[in-house]
Design a protein. Structure first.
Length: 195
């Protein structure tokens, strides 16, 4: 009888250990839904909405609302880029329209509530000519990029680091010695080396 009691105790211990192991086993996470992003350069009025609009609480919510990458959201919030867009900035109607057009390409416009972004953008105060000129000067000084190409097409995203170096002026180029003089010098140097 002692042996059967011992076997029963061992079985209950094994069952208890199995239950604990099941409880401690990692639960498989459901993969996060991939957010489809809007390609192209983000308009400055949209940057303003991300940074100062208060339209979403967390970075992930903003990522879904603005259909962009979480990295871009964090960069905008931490002022790593678009530093020339401040809370006092006012935009032209064309810049606001660019932002409205941009958010209109949201792949899940209705599901993510992007209509509140559109409503926010439509409620922005339009810049006066002086404010627009001042902003444009600050943007150019900061090497800010336009969202449209010269042809009016949407510009590709990125490219901020592809700035070409300054070209040297003709006055900065050192005077070159004519080839005839260098031939004589080369021969003289060769004769000196040979003895």
């Amino acid at each position: 009888m002692a042996k059967s009691n011992q076997a029963v105790e061992e079985n209950t211990e094994v069952a208890e250990v199995a239950e604990v192991a099941e409880a401690e086993a990692p639960v498989a996470k459901t993969p996060a839904k991939k957010v489809d992003i809007i390609r192209g350069r983000m308009p400055v009025a949209m940057v303003y909405a991300v940074r100062f609009g208060g339209l979403a609480e967390t970075g992930t919510e903003k990522q879904q609302l603005f259909a962009t990458t979480i990295g871009k959201i964090y960069d905008i919030e931490k002022n790593r880029n678009f530093g020339y867009v401040t809370e006092a900035t006012r935009f032209t109607q064309a810049q606001i329209d660019d932002a409205i057009d941009w958010i209109g390409h949201h792949p899940e416009f209705n599901e993510c509530g992007a209509e509140k972004v559109e409503k926010y953008l439509k409620g922005l105060t339009v810049a006066t000519e002086a404010e627009a000129a001042e902003f444009e000067e600050v943007r150019k000084a900061s090497r800010g990029q336009n969202t449209k190409t010269k042809d009016g097409e949407s510009a590709d995203a990125g490219g901020g680091n592809r700035r070409k170096g300054k070209r040297r002026e003709a006055d900065d180029v050192p005077n070159e010695v004519p080839a005839e003089e260098t031939a004589d010098l080369d021969q003289a140097d060769a004769d000196d080396l040979l003895g």
